[in-house]
Structures are given as structure tokens and as C-alpha cells.
Design a protein around this ligand. Sequence first.
Ligand code: ADP
Ligand code: MG
Length: 662
Amino acid sequence: MAEKPTHEEINQKEILPKASLAQWQTTFDAINDAICLLDMNGKILRCNKAMESLLKKSSEEIIGGICWELVHGTDKPIKGCPIVRMKKTLCRETLILEVDDKWLNVAVDPVIDETGNLTSAVHIISDITRRKQAEEALRESEERLARAVEGISIPTFLIDSNHIVTHWNKACENLTGISAAEILGTRKAWSAFYAEERPVMADLIVDEASEKEIAKYYEGKYNKSILAEGAYECEAFFPDLGEKGKWLFFTAAPLRDQQGKIVGAIETFQDITERRSMEKQLRQSQKMEAIVALAGGIAHDFNNLLTVIIGNTQLALMNVIKDEFLRKKIEETKKAGERAASLTRQLLAFSRKQIIKPLVLDLNEEINEMEKMLKRTIGEDIEFLTVLEPELWKVYADSGQINQIIMNLVVNARDAMPQGGKLTIETANADLDENYFSEHGIKETPGHYVMLAVSDTGSGMDKETREHIFEPFFTTKEVGKGTGLGLSTVYGIVKQNNGFIWVYSEPGKGTTFKVYLPKMKGDEEPEEKEQTPVDEPGGSETVLIVEDDDSLRNLAQKALDQHGYRTLVAENGEEALKVGKEREGPIHLLLTDVVMPKMGGKEAADRLQPLYPQMKVIYMSGYTDNAIIHHGVLTSELNFLEKPFTPEGLARKVREVLKSEN
Ligand code: ADP
Ligand code: MG
């Protein structure tokens, strides 16, 4: 060991045999990295082939030269020169250099002799261009990822394996109101979503939490996501988000390295608050439909009963004039019956089964005509104001129904202002596009609508009340004051007319109801049916009465008998045909129910008409949604008698139809 030569000796005294030195040279030349041996002044003592090709010089040119002169063309070591540093530290020093599109890693190792003296330095220069490129590519792809996350409109954040938030995009800022600057680099992703500390889904995934643990935080309302292995999704309400809280659908997935180890997690969100509220609305409207069907069914039967009650009281009144007491009682009965009838009419309107006769209507005219009556209704303490669009589009609607809408809204407004206030009725044309409907979360046909708004400065309503006002029998008024049918009627009418209604109201801030009805289609106005003035309701013509309800049939027969008509009766269409065929004299009028067992009124009329070409027809019904009347709308050519009817009303209608030309 003592004879072991120093490097100096290797170099200067060449104590190694020539063959050995050549062997070393061959070995060095085989190395891909450029290697040279320097003395402490930077003079190059030896170099390998790779060094020659790196410097594009021969070994003769290189050896004996000064490192920095040869490589950098400077007369001093360059700034950061590892040789200089190594002299101080006596350890390996490195420097990364970019030379001619190449990235070089320069390492300098000290050569120390047995006595501990630094004698020379080994310089190893490796081409790390490939590694640099790979690093660059990685950095670029990370930047791309950051940009992609930043750019997408889906609220997204990423955390690393230490729960540190590494990405927090704009959409996430918008959703949570927490900026990236506030949260990046912290472990507090939770703080953007919850008032108290708890892990978010991404945290649980990074911790490789068990399903049981996940269930603990998400109350069993989570699912495994099919999108990625180990990903979970969940739908939950976040009461601290936004003003009123938000419903979010969120998915968190692990991020793994090439070995499959979890190195972070990504979590994305979808704000489903609106969808949720639409679903709620849908459920609400389904509930309404059910109630509507129920109310309609009851009202129909009830109507028939009322027709009998009112009719019989009227007939009785004709005959008991002498007994004043009895007369009073019967009159009261009749009045009560009529009140009940108007209530069922409301129910039927609400259940969309009321007979309606739509005409071309100018809502302004309707309002002007009602003004006097409305002012009387609201009293003097309430200021009445109208703001009417002069060029208002027409609607195709039933005037009675429009009056009902206005009246109900006005009466409610009055009730909301017991201390007085201001009531405003407005009209306007409204062009509603799809956006309007999607913004309001409702499904209606975009197009032209006529708006009718009734506003008051009264008590207003809280959310709880607003949610129920259109339900039948919902009222906040004391017993005897409210029926809870006003707004449900309005709702029914509006729906029947393919319109919709909005309410804007806050407690103490007053209320506005806005009704939108579709603008009438087409320019030509359907001709209004001429009203034939009727003076004498009696007559002597022959009337065939077809009605399956015994008491109604009897009532109609009695009423017409009393007015001098000759009557024939049948229980249904088939029987009516038989009566018609057997009859020898004329039949001037067919008075028939619409829906009957065996054969309906329309068919009976059609089949009797050839036998009696002059015969007129009156249909009577409480329903409109049946064979002859499409969509609850009575075509103007048909004569219609609405149930419940009074004997007088019947006689008048019969007279009117018999007198008419066609
Ligand atoms: P009713 O008037 O018989 O109570 P409605 O169906 O007309 O029934 O109205 C239902 C409820 O809606 C009322 O009891 C009231 O609480 C509320 N409401 C309706 N209109 C208004 C209004 N303009 N201001 C305040 N509350 C109203
Ligand atoms: Mg009311």
C-alpha cells in the first residue's frame, strides 16, 4: 500500500507502465460522460474521447489548456464554477449548464492524497438533455393540467397526499366565494364548504378512508362513482354556501402515481339547487293535479244535486205564493243553493271542467268595465290605480273567467290592506323566450303573452304561506272570512288558458300577482255569437229531453211543461232515437245531456237530425272535457246550457235557441 503512487505521480512520473495507462485511457474513453483530470489551477491533465467530442477538439489541443479558457473562453473561472466551490468544501460540487442546446451536468470531485492534501480534481460532465426534456415535459403537462383545471366551468379543486390544496379553479371560487389565494397551500379545503372543521370527500379519499367512515360523514347518501376506481359521489345540502344554502352533487377521485399509490385527490362539484327546486315544483304541481281531479269529481256530482235543489225550490215558489212564511223559507233555501252553486262553479273552474266560452278579449276593456265594481269592493281607504298598456295584445279567453281572476286577486289585495293602501292593476305585452322560462325553472311554451298584474301595499306573505296559496282550501283568514278557493280558482283558470301565474311577496312589503295569458293567435277575430234578445220565455213547441239523471230529467220536464212546451223524455241516446222514430209529429228541439250510458248526446243528435232537419239542439253539461267539446272549450256553433241551471234559465235558453235563425 505504501508504494501506491499518487495521482501526481501517475500524471507526472508516469510510473504506470505504458500499457496500463493505455488501458486506463481505453476505459475512460468507453465512458459516455466527458471526463477530465484537472490540477488545482484548472489545467487539464488528461481527458477522454467524450470530452474531445464535447469540446470538438483533439486531446492534444485540450491537454495542458486551462479549463475555463477552453470551455468558456474566459480568463477566470465562471461565476458559480464548481471547482472554486469544491476547493472550499472538499466535496463534490455540481453545476448545470446549457451549452449549444445541450444541458450538461458538471460535477467536480476532489482528489485527495493520503496526507489529506487536495491534489487535483476530476471533472465529469454528463449530458442531461434527455432528463431535462423529460422534466420540462412534466412541468409543461403540470402547467397544462393547472390551466385545464383553471379553465373548466366545473368547480374543481385538487389536494396532494398531505391534504394541501394545490389547485382551486375560478368556478370553485364562484361556487364557494373563497378565492384561490386564500386557500392554495393550506390544508383547509373544508373551510370553503363547512362552518366547522371536518374532512371533505377528497380528504377521505387521500386517507383511503373505509366506506364506513365515508358513510359517517355523508349519512349513507353517497355512492361509488363509476367514473374512476376508488371514486365516490354524493348529493348533499350545504347550508353555509350562498345566501340560502346550496344543493351540490360532487365527485371525488384519487390521483395515483405510476405505481398506483395515491398522491392526491380531485373533487368536482355541480350546483343542483335549481334542479332540486324544479323537482319540488313538479311534485307540488302533481299534488295540485290530484287535488284538482278530486275537486272536479265532487263538484260535478254536487252540481247535479244543486240543479235539482234549486230547480225544485223555484218550482215550489211558483206554487206557494199564498203562504208567506213558507215562501220565505223556500226563498232562503234557493239562495243557499245558489251560493253553493257558485262555490261549485269555482271548484269546477279550478278543476278546469267549467264550461267556458272564449272570445277575443281586450283585458283593458275588461278592467275598465269592472272598475266601478272593483272600487266599490275595495272601499275608500284604498287608492285604486290602473296602468294599462294602450297597445295591449288581445287574448282568447272567457270574459267571466277573466273577471273571476281579477276579482279574486283584488279581493285578496283588499283583505291584505285593512289599514288602507294602494292597489294597482297593470297590463303589458310580454315577449318571453326560452331563457325566461329556464331562468324561472318552469316548462311553458315561449312566445307572446299578455301580462295582468295586481299589486298591493299590504301585509305580504312569508315563504311558508307563498308555497301553499294556490292549494284549494288553503287560507290564513279566520273562519267565515276565507274559503281558500280564490287563488286555486285563479290558478285553475290560468292553467286552463295555457297561461301561468307568479307571485312576488315578502312580509310587510306588499304583494304582486302576475298572470300571463298567451296572446291570441292569428289576426282574424272569430265572430262573436249574436245574442238573441229574449222577452217571453214560454212557447208551445215540442222538446225532446234526454238525460240519464232521473231528478234532473223530471225537473227539466216540469219546467218546460210549466212554460207551455210539449215534452218528450228519454233516458239516453238510444231511447231518444226510438222516441224520435216512433213520433209522428214534429220535434222542434232536442235538449240533451252530453255524456250518457249507451249513447251520448252528440251521437243521438247526429242520428236524429236527418229525421228532423229543422230540429235545434241544446247540450247540457257540467263538464267540458268530453266528446263534443275539445279541450274544455265550447265551439261557438253549439248551444250549451251549463249545469246547474234554473228552470228560468232553461226556459230562456230554450226560447232563445228556438227563435234563432239557424
Ligand atoms: P282566501 O282569500 O279565501 O283566504 P285565497 O285562495 O284567495 O283564499 O288566498 C289564500 C291565502 O293566500 C290567503 O288566505 C292569504 O293568506 C294569502 N294571500 C292571497 N293574496 C294575498 C295578498 N294579496 N296579500 C297577502 N296574502 C295573500
Ligand atoms: Mg281570496
